[in-house]
Design a binder for this molecule. Structure first.
Ligand code: F0G
Length: 373
């Protein structure tokens, strides 16, 4: 096997990048597709559920897929600085790729509503972190405004190169499974990722989609079909931040899943196109259900994801139970971010307390015997 060099290298012929440009990569992509083994058994279902574990990207979230392509293109266009608004993961990823490229990153984050790991990442690699007294939607508006007055490349998913990078996750899934799944479950926040996956699945099926922004541009890249099917796209939102369920923007989004605490998704039309064209649906979960699923995944499967990511599995479980997802199907859920991103939320809801013990055999023995059943 040749050494894996990142997703631009692997899928170069399916990406709208010029030849001979400097690729900014951290060897992202090529993430595992992990089958669930215990949860389906408990459900008594023969549905195969796979997790596309995007928490194993270099900065711990799926954002790296989009960022390698967006920052590569920004550098090719001569940008010296990038900017984004973020609930945390985009800022961590943008900061890392800017460091790799040797350019500046400015990141706008909502005050007090960003998981600690994500903040640490952006600060550690030297991004200029601007904490605004507002939410992600305010940040997004400000980014658009400030980019008109300063020479900055926006690397939020309104940058079409971001979605081009993110579509490669769908390619990897089809390449690994040898087919497209029947259903694909995703958390939906700013709605870029669901649009990107649908673009990827459609391109691999050789079919046009309104979710792909590059259709309207003069851009040639490989779109040959490698599969004849596409999944139904299922988008899940937190009840306190569920504009796709409400039919329009939500003014004051609130959820424990801070990654998807978004009321005014930028890829609104693209995500609706993905949902409608695929015959999928949107559904919502409250915070208690999100946290319960995060815990279930950790305790039953050993997989630690951040709260927002758990919502895709919550959705799959509910829709398998209610029969909307039929027996015998193949389902892929994207685990968008690693659990280490948000240690505070994890510790708060952990069932097993930390046991204090003296550094003596008797104490340790007692602690163990108390917990052996
Ligand atoms: N899951 C995680 C862990 C995220 O960080 C995000 C988005 C999503 C899901 C939703 O994806 O926006 O494409 O619908 N995070 C962005 C950020 C908004 O700033 O990090 P989406």
């Amino acid at each position: 096997m040749p050494l894996y060099k990142g997703l631009i290298d692997r899928y170069r012929d399916r990406l709208p990048l010029a030849d001979n440009i400097r690729i900014i990569s951290l060897t992202e992509g090529d993430t595992p597709l992990i089958p669930l083994v215990n949860i389906p058994r408990t459900l008594g279902t023969d549905v195969s559920i796979y997790l596309k574990f995007e928490g194993l990207n270099p900065t711990g979230s799926f954002k790296d897929r989009g960022m390698t392509v967006a920052v590569t293109q920004a550098v090719a266009e001569g940008s010296q600085a990038i900017v984004c608004a973020s609930t945390g993961n985009t800022s961590a990823s943008a900061a890392a790729y800017a460091a790799r490229a040797g350019i500046r990153a400015f990141v706008l984050i909502p005050e007090g509503k960003i998981a600690l790991g994500k903040l640490a990442q952006a600060m550690m690699v030297g991004a200029v972190v601007i904490q605004i007294k507002g939410n992600f939607d305010d940040g997004m508006r400000l980014v658009r405004e400030v980019a008109e007055t300063a020479p900055l490349a926006i690397v939020n998913s309104i940058n079409p190169y971001r979605l081009q990078g993110q579509k490669t996750a769908a390619f990897e899934i089809v390449d690994s499974l040898g087919r497209a799944p029947d259903y694909h479950c995703l958390p939906v926040g700013n709605a870029g990722n669901i649009s990107a996956y649908w673009t990827g699945y459609s391109e691999y099926a050789g079919v046009d989609t309104a979710a792909c922004v590059f259709h309207r541009q003069d851009c040639a890249y490989q779109r040959d079909a490698v599969t004849n099917r596409r999944p139904k796209m299922l988008g899940y939102q937190a009840s306190g931040a569920a504009p796709f369920l409400r039919g329009g923007p939500v003014a004051d989004p609130e959820t424990v899943a801070t990654a998807i605490r978004i009321g005014n998704p930028q890829s609104w039309d693209l995500a609706w196109a993905a949902s409608r064209e695929s015959g999928g649906w949107f559904a919502e979960f409250d915070d208690a259900e999100i946290l319960a699923t995060q815990k279930l995944l950790a305790e039953r499967e050993g997989i630690f994801c951040e709260p927002a990511s758990a919502i895709s599995v919550a959705g799959a479980i509910r829709d398998i139970k209610n029969g909307r997802i039929e027996p015998g199907c193949c389902v892929v859920c994207t685990i968008t971010g690693h659990g280490l991103k948000d240690p505070d939320t994890a510790i708060k809801q952990s069932a097993t307390p930390v046991i204090e013990a003296r550094a003596m055999l008797a104490d340790v023995q007692k602690a163990i015997l108390d917990h052996l059943d």
